[in-house]
Design a protein around this ligand. Structure first.
Ligand code: FAD
Length: 382
């Protein structure tokens, strides 16, 4: 690719920064612009619900430095993409032209507040995490709406700080993502830690303006000092309206990171990957890194790009680190490969398509070891 070729990456976070780094590593010498709408320089989000909510640790997330990339960083929101003219419009009114564009605008927290209802707390940005950290200092009670990974991490932060916490969901904790077996294990662990776990299949609504609690499906209410919504995320695609790109639950890409229009690639939480089962979103850290690398290979025409999904995910629940490699959700009983559930274990489930999913549950094991165990389980030798 010649030195006149200009690339604009929209989204200054994990997927965007990884794409930019990989473009330079693979030899792109032309101009590179990164557009990001946050006031902070790029940072990692996983520490927000772990370290930043811990009063003993600094209220900082690790930086995703873009120094030394020879990239122009523009701190502004992209408001439109004009593919006929090859330009991105910015909120300031400025226009950035490109030969190739990369969409890496990630996702926002899904909100439950009614129109005009104020005071809903979510956890997506460094500012969100710092606000919740401050409120946790004086709170004595909390309600967390949503018992997925993020919700259970916020619950864990409350437990660590001695805050009485109730978590509510339409299903038992982590059921959708991890399946019934590990959901039961999580439920038992949460109850043993004093967490009030409530399941209401009708779902809750937020109570008060500003928000002070939740109303259950039967009309009963629960109030708390702190109410945090952790109800999933929504891809940031609104600014692409009228661009002509195919968008479903996210910007649709193929296995090479290409969108439906030539010269436009996408990566990270904003994408839905076309699969035989339809477009699939897997908004996890390792996928944002992987898809940034895939996008850079595709843009520069470098062969041997990695696979578009990296099925690795980790979380921290009630003091235990959980690492997962493979397809989700997990059905049936696992095989125990190492340790025991009471002390921490490495577990294995048969996955779809003949693969295996390996989970380290409360037992510290390095990632390469877990990948080797997953490969061995798939080959029938574990
Ligand atoms: C609190 C928290 C904890 C997490 N913990 C884990 C974990 O333990 N393990 C794990 O695997 N994953 C975890 N994740 C998920 C992981 O952080 C994401 O998958 C990852 O951040 C995705 O990166 P991204 O660059 O695609 O999107 P994002 O990180 O969402 O970044 C997108 C960026 O684009 C910006 N942007 C949006 N619209 C525009 C626009 N129009 N113009 C300019 N800029 C725009 C956004 O402000 C943002 O800076 C966690 C996420 C959160 C929020």
């Amino acid at each position: 690719m010649n030195e006149d070729h200009s690339i604009v990456v929209v989204g200054e976070s994990l997927a965007g920064v990884t794409t930019a780094r990989e473009l330079r590593r693979l030899g792109h010498r032309g101009s590179l612009t990164i557009v990001g709408d946050e006031r902070h320089a790029a940072y990692n989000r996983p520490p927000l619900s772990k370290q930043v909510l811990d009063p003993e640790l600094p209220a900082e997330a690790s930086a995703l430095g873009v120094e030394n990339l020879g990239a122009a960083v523009v701190r502004d929101a992209a408001t439109g993409l004009d593919l006929d003219r090859g330009h991105v419009r910015l909120a300031s009114g400025e226009v950035r032209t490109f030969d190739t564009a990369v969409i890496a605008t990630g996702a926002s927290a899904r909100r439950l507040a009614a129109p005009g209802q104020r005071g809903e707390l979510v956890l997506r940005t460094l500012d969100d995490a710092r606000r919740i950290r401050t409120l946790l200092r004086t709170a004595t009670s909390a309600v967390v709406v949503g018992a997925g990974f993020l919700g259970m991490e916020v619950v864990s932060a409350c437990v660590r700080r001695g805050v009485d916490v109730t978590v509510v969901d339409v299903e038992p904790p982590l059921r959708r993502l991890l399946g019934p077996y590990l959901s039961e294990v999580t439920l038992a662990r949460a109850r043993a830690a004093g967490v009030d776990v409530r399941v209401d299949p009708r779902g809750v609504t937020l109570l008060g303006d500003p928000v002070t609690g939740v109303r259950f499906g039967d009309g009963t209410t629960l109030t708390a000092d702190l109410v945090v919504t952790c109800a999933g995320d929504v891809a940031n695609t609104g600014w692409l309206a009228g661009s002509g790109l195919e968008v479903t639950s996210g910007v649709v890409i193929d296995a090479a990171g290409r969108t439906s229009r030539p010269g436009v690639h996408a990566a990270g939480d904003v994408v839905a990957v076309r699969t035989p089962r339809g477009p699939v979103r897997r908004p996890f850290w390792a996928n944002a890194v992987r898809q940034g690398r895939v996008a850079a290979h595709g843009i520069l025409g470098v062969p041997d790009a990695p696979a578009v999904f990296d099925d690795y995910f980790w979380t921290e629940i009630l003091g235990g680190v959980v690492k997962i490699i493979g397809d989700l959700p997990l059905e049936g009983e696992p095989q125990v490969l190492e340790g025991s559930l009471a002390e921490g274990a490495v577990l294995s489930w048969p996955g779809r398509d003949g693969g295996s999913t390996v989970v380290a549950w409360g037992l510290k094991r390095p990632l390469p070891r877990l990948r080797a165990l997953a490969a061995a389980a798939t080959n029938g030798s574990a």
